[in-house]
Structure formats: structure tokens, C-alpha cells
Design a binder for this molecule. Sequence first.
Ligand SMILES: O=C(O)c1ccccc1N[C@@H]1O[C@H](COP(=O)(O)O)[C@@H](O)[C@H]1O
Length: 243
Amino acid sequence: MTAPTLELLPAVDVRDGQAVRLVHGVSGSETSYGSPLDAALAWQRSGAEWLHLVDLDAAFGTGDNRALVAEITRAMDIKVELSGGIRDDATLAAALATGCTRVNLGTAALETPEWAAKAIAEHGDRIAIGLDVRGTTLKGRGWTSEGGDLYETLARLDSEGCARYVVTDIGKDGTLTGPNLELLKNVCAATDRPVVASGGISSLDDLRALSELVPLGVEGAIVGKALYAKAFTLEEALKVVSA
Ligand SMILES: O=C(O)c1ccccc1N[C@@H]1O[C@H](COP(=O)(O)O)[C@@H](O)[C@H]1O
């Protein structure tokens, strides 16, 4: 049997109808990259098996791009991980109805834990929890509110049957300074669930370093700024992780 390889999830973050990248997730720091549908289709053409699609306005509470992200999701032949502003029955039902493979819950897991536990119990593998951290403190509401301790929350979510975590180091996100490998190792040591790494990837060497964490539980990596800044191409990245 062949060893599992790191899954790559190119990111399309949508703000005010545009594909953008933020620095440290700070509202107002965005650089615009044009049509999010064009960006998503370009990643698909380049061989992506996953798309990480974020409605940033819904995450920040500055409106939403729900119709657009639903249209993008439906246009994809590849798996889509959808996130941003999925916090109640209506937004969860609408997100799942797009046909996405899974959704990420962030704020909801911190502010309405009973509801998040119910979503996990009902939808299993279609729910991932986004753990957006600064140090070991979780952040919600577009990374502006504090949501408790990473490891306490992880233990609670494990006991509730959470299938997977998407771990973002806010201090690294959008900075091209390399992923926080220590954080990822620590999270993998604290849970037996797969972990998707997010934040800071800047080079093919970063992908090689993350690939070495696959045996520890790192299943995938979200790549954003590095692709838009053309630090490497998605084709090159896919070749590195499949080697
Ligand atoms: O992805 C980002 O750059 C980002 C920046 C600032 C806030 C949120 C961001 N993304 C993702 O949004 C969801 C959380 O949304 P919610 O809290 O459930 O509404 C999560 O996947 C974040 O990583």
C-alpha cells in the first residue's frame, strides 16, 4: 500500500465579490485578485483535487457572498471545503446544499458549542472545525473575538466526535513566513483526528516540511498567498507532495 501524501487545498477567499488575500486575517489588509470563480477554475485546471472556499464577509459579519460561493461550489468538479459564517441551522443547511464536500465551523464551535456538537453528530465527516489560533488562544468572528484555550477546546471536540480540524496560525496567515510546524506537531500530539494546516506557506520547502508531518496526522495544507504571489505554481506544489 502506498503511503498517504499531503493533500493540497488552494484557497479562494471572497470579500465583496472579489478573490482576496488578507495579512494576519485583518479586515482592510486585503489584496484583490479578481474573479473568485476564475481563480477557482484556474486551480481546478491546474490539477487541484480540493478547493478551500471562504466567505470572508460572512466570517467578519460585513454581509455575505453566499450566492456567489454557492455558484462557485456548484461549478467545481473537485471537492470543496466551504467556510465563513456557518453558524446556525439555516446557514449550515444552505452550505451543505451547495454540494460541498465539507464545511468548516469556526465561531460556532466557540460560541454555540451545543449547536456545533449537534452538527457534528448529524453530519459527521462533512463537518470540520476551524481552529484559528494566536499562540494557544482561539479566535472567532473574523479573528476578532477570543474563544478560549486551544487544547481544552480540542479535547471537548474530540469527545464530541469531531472528524477533522483545520488549524490556522493567525500570526502566520498571509505572511509568507512559513507554517508553524511546532503548533501542528503539538495539535497532532493532542488529537488522533486528521489536521489540515493553514497559514504561512511560502515555498516548496514548506510543503516538503509539512509532508514530513503526514505520519503524525497532518492530512492536508491550505495554500493561499504563495499561489497568488506566484512563489510557486500549483502544478509544482502538487508534484512536490506526490513525490
Ligand atoms: O481565511 C481567512 O483568511 C480568514 C480571515 C479572517 C477570518 C476568517 C478567515 N477564514 C476562515 O473563516 C472560517 C471561520 O468562519 P466562522 O467563524 O465560522 O464564521 C474559518 O475557516 C477561518 O479559517
